[in-house]
Write a protein that binds this ligand. Structure first.
Ligand code: TRP
Length: 351
C-alpha cells in the first residue's frame, strides 16, 4: 500500500489560491525614508484605499524599509522611519483587517528570493535603469550594489506574493517592466509557471506624477518640495505661498508654464471642480491673481489633510496598536511568501 504523500506546498497553495481563486493579488509599498506627502497619497495610497475595499483584490501593502538601507540610515532612525510610514498608512485609512499591512524587514523570504533573482539580472540592464542613473548623478560618493540591484529587490517584493497588479506612480513603471522580465526569465529557465506577470495599476488610467511646488518635476521626499500629511495648517500655507509662479498671462488663452500647471494640477486633486473651472477661466481671460489661487490651494490642502492628520496623531500615541498591526501583517505576509518560496526552491531543485 502506498503511503499518501502530503505535500505541504500544494496544501498551502490550494488554501491560498483556492480561497482567493477569483481574486487578483495586489502588492505595493513605499520606502521608509520619511513621512508621507501628497505625492505619496495621490500617486499611491489613494489607489491602495480603493483596492482594499474591492472584493476582487487581495492586497499586500508594505513598508519598504530594506530599500531605505541604500542611504545607510542610523540604527536609531531605521525603526522610527518604518513606524512613521506605518502610522501614515493607517492614518490615511489602510485597514489591517482588509489588507495585509506589513514591514518588508519582517519577511525574510523576500531577501532570499532577491538572492535567487539576482542570478537572473544582468549588470547591463541594471545600469540602464533611469532611477539608478539618477542616483549615480545625485550621490556619486555612494553608488553601492544595493542601489544597482534595487529593481531586483523590488521584483522580489512583488513576485514573492505572485502579484498581478501593482499600484504605483509613473516613476515606477520601468521597475515593473523589470519585475516582469525577471519573473518570465525564471519561469522559462525552470520551465514552470511560478510567477504571473505584474502590471502597474491606477484607477484613473495612466499612472500619475504629482508635481512639487518649486516649478520642477515631481513631489519627492528627497527633493525638499513636499507637503506632508502631518504638516500643520500654518506650515502648509507657508509652503504653498512660496510656490513658484511668474508674472501672469498677458494674452488670453495662452499656454500655462509648468509652474502654473503644477499649481492647477494640485488644485484639481484637492479642490472641487467649480473652483478649478473658476480659476482656469480667470487664467484664460488674464484676470487671475496668483495670490488668490495659492490661498485657495492652501485652504483646500488644509481641509483635505486635516482628518488624516487627526488620525495620525491618535495612532502615534498607540504603540501597542502599531506593534499589533505589524505582527499580524508579518504573519499573513510570511504565509504567502513562504508558499511561493517553497515552490521556487522546489522547481530549482534546492529541496
Ligand atoms: N520603489 C518604490 C518607490 O520608490 C517602492 C517599492 C519598493 C515598491 N518595492 C516595491 C512599490 C514593490 C511597489 C511594489 O516608490
Amino acid at each position: 500500500m502506498q503511503v499518501p504523500s502530503f505535500n505541504i506546498v500544494e496544501k498551502l497553495n490550494s488554501v491560498n489560491f483556492g480561497y482567493f481563486r477569483r481574486m487578483e493579488i495586489v502588492v505595493s509599498g513605499i520606502r521608509s525614508t520619511g513621512c508621507l506627502h501628497l505625492g505619496n497619497y495621490f500617486g499611491a495610497v489613494q489607489n491602495f484605499l480603493k483596492m482594499q475595499e474591492d472584493p476582487a483584490y487581495h492586497c499586500y501593502f508594505f513598508i519598504a524599509d530594506y530599500h531605505s538601507l541604500t542611504t545607510h540610515p542610523k540604527p536609531e532612525d531605521f525603526k522610527k522611519n518604518t513606524r512613521d510610514v506605518l502610522i501614515d498608512y493607517l492614518g490615511c485609512g489602510l485597514d489591517p483587517e482588509k489588507a495585509v499591512v506589513f514591514a518588508q524587514s519582517d519577511v525574510p523570504e523576500i531577501p532570499e528570493l532577491y538572492l535567487i533573482l539576482n542570478m537572473l539580472a544582468y549588470k547591463g540592464e541594471l545600469e540602464r535603469v533611469a532611477s539608478f542613473k539618477d542616483k549615480v548623478r545625485k550621490q556619486e560618493e555612494n553608488v553601492n550594489a544595493g542601489l544597482l540591484t534595487y529593481p531586483v529587490l523590488m521584483a522580489a517584493d512583488i513576485l514573492i506574493h505572485r502579484a498581478h497588479k501593482v499600484p504605483v506612480g509613473k516613476d515606477q513603471v520601468q521597475h515593473l517592466e523589470m519585475a516582469r522580465n525577471f519573473g518570465n526569465r525564471f519561469n522559462h529557465l525552470y520551465n514552470a509557471e511560478v510567477f504571473p506577470e505584474p502590471y502597474p495599476f491606477n484607477f484613473t488610467g495612466a499612472p500619475i506624477t504629482v508635481p512639487g511646488l518649486d516649478g520642477t518635476g515631481k513631489m519627492g521626499k528627497s527633493d525638499g518640495n513636499g507637503i506632508y500629511l502631518r504638516d500643520g495648517a500654518d506650515v502648509i500655507r507657508k509652503k504653498v505661498m512660496k510656490a513658484v509662479t511668474d508674472s501672469g498671462p498677458t494674452t488670453p488663452n495662452s499656454e500655462m508654464p509648468d509652474s502654473i500647471k503644477n499649481i492647477f494640477q494640485l488644485l484639481t486633486l484637492v479642490g472641487d471642480k467649480a473652483t478649478v473651472d473658476q480659476y482656469t477661466e480667470a487664467y484664460n481671460n488674464c484676470t487671475i491673481r496668483y495670490g488668490d489661487l495659492k490661498k485657495q490651494l492652501a485652504e483646500d490642502i488644509v481641509r483635505f489633510t486635516a482628518p488624516i492628520k487627526a488620525r495620525i496623531e491618535d495612532i502615534i500615541k498607540d504603540t501597542d496598536y502599531q506593534q499589533k498591526v505589524l505582527r499580524m501583517g508579518a504573519d499573513k505576509a510570511r504565509a504567502s511568501a513562504s508558499a511561493t518560496l517553497s515552490e521556487v526552491r522546489r522547481v530549482m531543485g534546492i529541496q
